[in-house]
Design a protein around this ligand. Structure first.
Ligand code: GLY
Length: 396
């Protein structure tokens, strides 16, 4: 952990002084188009779930076993909020029982992604409809997430068995998005332990995952027995020294969401530094390459990183003071990126595709889902459109 440099000035401040020519009607039309696809996907997916990434821009269908299963019910709930049509509510709430069974039978629950999984599948229907089974299930998931904490190191292990020597003591930047489940459970139950674990994790993770120049490591290892930091590396980025675009976007959004709960100004300042670094490394059309090491080269874009960053920038902008010059800049930047996605990255011309956004990258080093639809990109695209269409209470 070194001393962080001064944050970079925002390179496109001039462009981000005003929003794009896209009013509420533009965002609503983009959302209508997404909801049409959701309606037809209800018939295609039936009781199964879209896999994390497309194959030829169609999702393989799987059981509720991956870290990404909750993005589908999350999209159904957003479709309900947009239309008020009970078709989407019924289809979304019908999944609660399945997520309860997954927890009861411990099906692929050895992951910090319990946060992604149970926030969208269960916290959302509790918040929207007062679904009591969903509330109870989400609290059980939060309890299970607490079991992944290493007491001495004060962090939540990302992947695998806590005693697996390849994964022991490893944290990843994505975990910032799993913490809202703990904050929420703390508020629901009145028990401070959920929040305490989350606060400790975000502070330690930020101290080591964020480099001196405000770029991020994807993952970082700690000695779980002594708590000593070991080293940062990557799993899905270009190299250990580069900055994986989606990781940076998870960091922006996750820190802005932690600020929503904790009101610690240091978290906003961290999100600001990550956001400036991200925005300064975008190509002309503002949709990031899959790793921010690439600036103007022929590499794949990651539209999912762009959609997540839009949500993060909007959340961050909301948190900033009215007089803060970045407040409008981040909000406008978010809209410029979203407009670029809506104009040039959607499947609206393709009846065949079951995805919403083209040109995502799941994991280039693993050759998985490269230049494909990605279900998390689709979810966050709908979430960012929702945020641009209306005042929205986050599920997170
Ligand atoms: N959280 C895993 C990913 O973003 O691919």
């Amino acid at each position: 952990m070194g001393v962080r440099k001064e944050r970079e000035p925002l390179k496109r401040r001039e462009l981000f002084m005003s929003p794009p020519h896209a009013g509420k009607d533009f965002w609503r039309e983009a959302m209508n188009c997404s909801v049409n696809k959701i309606e037809s996907n209800i018939r295609v997916f039936k009781d199964l779930y879209p896999g994390p990434a497309g194959v030829g821009n169609r999702y393989p269908l799987i059981k509720n076993t991956d870290w990404t299963s909750s993005f589908w019910p999350g999209m159904l709930f957003l479709a309900w909020e947009h239309t008020g049509n009970d078709l989407y509510r019924r289809a979304g709430e019908a999944r609660v029982a399945d997520f309860r069974e997954r927890l009861d039978r411990r099906i692929e629950t050895g992951t910090h992604d319990l946060g992604f999984l149970y926030t969208l599948s269960c916290v959302a229907p509790w918040r929207l409809f007062g679904n009591a089974t969903a509330r109870e299930t989400a609290i059980m998931a939060a309890d299970m997430l607490l079991l992944r904490r290493h007491e001495k190191a004060g962090v939540i292990q990302a992947w695998g068995d806590l005693n697996d020597p390849r994964q022991r003591g490893r944290v990843i930047i994505d975990c910032a998005m799993n913490l809202p489940l703990l904050y929420w459970a703390g508020e629901e139950t009145g028990e401070p332990r959920y929040r305490e674990v989350a606060v400790k994790h975000i502070n330690i993770a930020n101290a080591f995952l964020i480099r001196e120049d405000w770029s991020t490591f994807h993952t970082y290892f700690f000695d779980a027995d002594t708590g000593s930091p070991i080293r940062g590396n990557t799993a899905q980025g270009y190299s250990d020294a580069s900055c994986w675009a989606r990781g940076q976007a998870w960091g922006i959004y996750g820190n802005a969401l932690s600020y929503r709960y904790l009101r610690d100004p240091a978290l906003l300042e961290i999100a600001r530094g990550l956001a400036r670094y991200f925005l300064n490394r975008l190509p002309e059309d503002l949709v990031a390459y899959w790793d921010l090491i690439f600036l103007q080269v022929s590499e794949e874009r990651d539209s999912s990183a762009a959609a997540i960053a839009v949500c993060g920038l909007l959340e961050l902008s909301d948190g900033l003071d009215a007089k803060d010059p970045d407040k409008e800049a981040f909000k406008n930047a978010a809209q410029h990126i979203a407009a670029s996605l809506a104009a040039s990255y959607t499947t609206r011309e393709s009846l065949e595709s079951t995805g919403l956004l083209l040109h995502g990258v799941y994991s280039k080093p693993d050759k998985k889902g490269v230049d494909e639809c990605a279900i998390f990109g689709d979810y966050f695209y709908m979430e960012c459109l929702t945020r641009l269409c209306r005042v929205w209470e986050p599920y997170w």
